[in-house]
Design a protein around this ligand. Structure first.
Ligand SMILES: NC(=O)C1=CN([C@@H]2O[C@H](COP(=O)(O)OP(=O)(O)OC[C@H]3O[C@@H](n4cnc5c(N)ncnc54)[C@H](O)[C@@H]3O)[C@@H](O)[C@H]2O)C=CC1
Ligand SMILES: O=C(O)CCC(=O)C(=O)O
Length: 440
């Protein structure tokens, strides 16, 4: 870790993500089973990106002013398949954030059972408050540079925070215009031009399926459980949809301005209203409280609300040790990461010490990228699978990931440490591929 910290100064998120993996992998490397990986310096090699692109993104706003943002693509590791991972457009984007996300993606993609390497990209561009025309001009400029570095067998980006179907459409249109190729170079596309059914739902649904597997492992189920969810974007919306579909009750949603608490529960009708608010009207979650007559807590996070289960689904480091204590004190039995690295290290330690269920995002939110892998397969075959087919494959993949976490994560007295299981299983597949491919 000293070596990693020295080589990556001023990159706290990246160091945090490496530390979480190293905590599990370093002790394994000291064993006989880990010797070959230790000798070949596999862990050191996976912390160093294959390559990173940083570029200027010039665009013009609606008033005719010149605007400059910075674009990035981190191609972290392609030992088991082409680089794969989302694009994030948010003012907080910097190299540290994208390197942490790309690093996580390597292990997550390995867990999916599909041939996907790991990457991530994005920009400090903020789509909030921008017109559709401004977003389009930005996306066209961003793709004009990115197109040089991606391809259906090289690197296949997708969405993440601030990049949804509108942005993917603009990015795909510009790629096609530059390259004159109609190919699956992005996932998360709309259905009319090569998208997959269930891809929008997949991260949220996948996390719920994963939590159902974890509950089953303990002889329990989702029916009747009270759940808190953070965020109100893609992952949060479909987490709520699946939870209420499976008989649970969701009482919170949030955005960067605060959270709403609806003790009656978010119904399918209320969720439809939220989807319209967030995906088309692009409004604030506080409007929910006014529309449905419940409380809005400005600037706060939902973790002090009593619940059985929690699904952090907004952003990194949104749940600290104090929040974890509040959740446990109020009876929460399980935390399932929909976002990437939403729980801070102190919170994770507390959950594990209390033997609560804790699902690390690289396992529990892998359904999104896995379904992107299914979109890539459909594009290559020139076929469109039905909703039922894709949903069944997603359920099977989440169940396989769960089984691998149990296989590698069962510790003394039967407790399954999913952090250990996910990191070890994710690492081993990539590490074996790297060993087989020599010193590259
Ligand atoms: N979209 C996908 O398929 C996948 C997304 N993820 C992760 O899930 C998380 C959410 O992503 P999406 O739902 O796709 O993005 P989104 O842009 O659709 O929604 C993001 C949500 O997080 C909230 N948010 C952003 N910054 C915040 C902050 N500082 N405090 C509180 N709330 C904040 C936004 O208001 C919004 O509700 C991210 O961590 C992302 O990396 C993980 C796997 C796949
Ligand atoms: O579907 C993809 O390729 C991107 C998913 C992603 O960015 C993530 O898993 O964090």
């Amino acid at each position: 870790m000293t070596w990693v910290k020295q080589r990556n100064p001023n990159e706290p998120e990246f160091v945090q993500a490496v530390e979480e993996v190293a905590e599990v992998i370093v002790p394994f490397l000291q064993t006989d089973a880990g010797k070959a990986y230790r000798d070949a310096k596999i862990l050191e090699r996976v912390t160093e990106a294959d390559r990173i692109f940083m570029f200027r993104v010039p665009w013009m706003d609606d008033q005719g002013n010149y605007q400059i943002n910075r674009g990035y693509r981190v191609q972290m590791n392609n030992a088991i398949g082409p680089y794969k991972g989302g694009l994030r457009f948010h003012p907080s984007v910097n190299l540290s954030v994208l390197k942490f996300l790309a690093f996580e993606q390597v292990f997550k993609n390995s867990l999916t059972t599909l041939p996907l390497g790991g990457g991530k990209g994005g920009s400090d561009f903020d789509p909030k408050g921008k017109s559709d025309d401004e977003v389009m001009r930005f996306c066209q400029s961003f793709m004009t540079e990115l197109a040089k570095h991606i391809g259906a067998y090289t690197d296949v980006p997708a969405g993440d925070i601030g990049v949804g179907s509108r942005e993917i459409g603009f990015l795909f249109g510009q790629y096609k215009r530059i390259k004159d190729h109609f190919m699956g170079v992005l996932t998360g596309k709309s259905l009319q031009y090569g998208g997959s059914l269930i891809r929008p739902e997949a991260t949220g649904y996948g996390n719920v399926y994963f939590s159902r597997e974890m509950l089953k492992e303990r002889g329990d189920g989702l029916e009747g459980k009270t759940c808190v969810v953070s965020g109100s974007g893609n992952v949060a919306q479909f987490t709520v949809e699946r939870l209420i579909g499976l008989g649970a009750k969701v009482v919170t949603l949030s955005d960067s301005s605060g959270f709403i608490h609806d003790p009656q529960g978010v119904t399918a009708e209320k969720l439809e209203w939220v989807m319209d608010l967030k995906n088309y009207r692009r409004g604030r979650i506080s409007e929910y409280a006014r529309e449905f007559g419940c409380d809005f807590f400005e600037g706060e996070k939902p973790w002090r609300i009593g619940c059985d289960l929690a699904y952090p689904s907004a952003t990194q480091n949104e749940l600290d040790e104090r929040d974890a204590k509040a959740l446990l004190d109020n009876g929460c039995k399980g935390v399932f990461e929909g976002a990437n690295m939403p729980c801070m290290p102190g919170a994770i330690t507390l959950f594990r010490e209390h033997r609560a269920m804790f699902a690390p995002g690289k396992a529990s939110n892998a359904g999104g990228v896995a379904t992107s892998g299914l979109e890539m397969s459909q594009n290559k075959l020139g076929l469109t699978w039905s909703r039922e087919t894709v949903d069944e494959k997603l359920r099977d993949i989440m169940s396989d990931i769960h089984d691998k976490c149990v296989e590698h994560g069962r510790v003394d007295n039967g407790y399954v440490d999913y952090v250990r299981g996910a990191n070890l299983a994710g690492f081993l597949k990539v590490a074996d591929a790297m060993l087989a491919q020599g010193l590259v």
